[in-house]
Design a protein around this ligand. Structure first.
Ligand SMILES: [Zn+2]
Length: 286
């Protein structure tokens, strides 16, 4: 449904390849994607909303970097459509996840087969980096039982809306502390020794949600995960119906906008269909 894209750039004059692949599609309530209220009222609004959005991608970004291959998030898997998939997470989660979302994921769209298609053997992946612990970002973990999985320690300690019953039994991520700062971002972890790939705390959607920033010689590529659902949303200061903290979400918007006005930054939310085209054209947020 969503074509994959590959762009070739350089960092410190060394080649870098970025692939954006969608692990199927997701649809949410229109008022879940964009709310006019906040907190519980926003939740009530989207639960009562009868309208679903168009199908949206579930992007995973793969970076072939001189220091190794990084997989940013792992996307969804086909099992999500099984009738009993959410049962183990309890009555509320089962009801919520089967009535508020729709998924369309084929086995060949899972991250494993997509890496095969790109001729990237799973055992050559240096690290899987998770932006946060929501299911549609971690369900592809099943392909990486022997890979280092990097997670923000604070997201692990205080998740929001995760379903631990559905984690793989072996899941014990490598927890990192984001104790550096970078420009306007106060909690940062460098994923490479070249310091060109950064895990950045961008809270709001969850209390310790992260984005991944890649600095290349031409542009910054910003994998924004679930900061918002589209580029338009951050430009118009519109918010989704499901933030752990609206105040944090607002603060994150301000910081990203401030940075993007000073630097050429390609903005890639996880569920923005237009993001792949912007990546191909290296079209910046501002
Ligand atoms: Zn999420």
């Amino acid at each position: 449904m969503f074509d994959k894209q590959t762009v070739e750039l350089t960092s410190n004059r060394q080649p870098i390849k970025i692939h954006l692949v969608s692990t199927g599609a997701v649809s949410v309530k229109t008022k879940f994607r964009e709310a006019s209220k906040t907190g519980l009222l926003a939740m009530l609004d989207f639960i009562l909303d009868r309208k679903f959005t168009e199908w949206m991608p579930i992007w995973v970004m793969i970076i072939e970097h001189p220091e190794g291959i990084f997989v940013i998030d792992t996307g969804e898997k086909a099992d999500v459509n099984k009738r009993d998939y959410f049962k183990s997470s309890g009555i509320f989660a089962n009801w919520f996840d089967t009535t508020q979302f729709k998924f369309d994921v084929e086995p060949k769209e899972e991250i494993g087969p997509q890496l095969d298609q790109l001729n990237i053997p799973v055992n050559t992946v240096k690290s899987v980096v998770l932006t946060h612990l929501h299911l549609d970002h971690i369900d592809g973990l099943k392909y990486f039982p022997s890979t280092e999985i990097t997670v923000n320690k604070r997201e692990w300690e205080r998740p929001f809306g995760d379903l631990p019953k559905l984690y793989p039994s072996w899941f014990q991520p490598h927890l990192v502390e984001l104790n550096h700062s970078y420009e306007v971002f106060e909690h940062v972890h460098y994923l490479t020794s070249a310091k060109d790939l950064l895990l950045i705390e961008t809270p709001g959607h969850t209390y310790h949600h992260c984005s991944v920033l890649l600095r290349t010689d031409d542009v910054f590529v910003f994998f924004a995960a679930d900061i918002c659902y589209s580029e338009q949303q951050i430009k118009e200061l519109k918010y989704s119906g499901t933030n752990a903290s609206h105040k944090m979400a607002k603060d994150t918007y301000e910081r990203v906008i401030f940075f993007a006005k000073k630097n050429k930054l390609v903005f890639i939310p996880s569920h923005d269909a237009a993001a792949s085209q912007r990546l191909t054209e290296l079209r910046p947020l501002f």
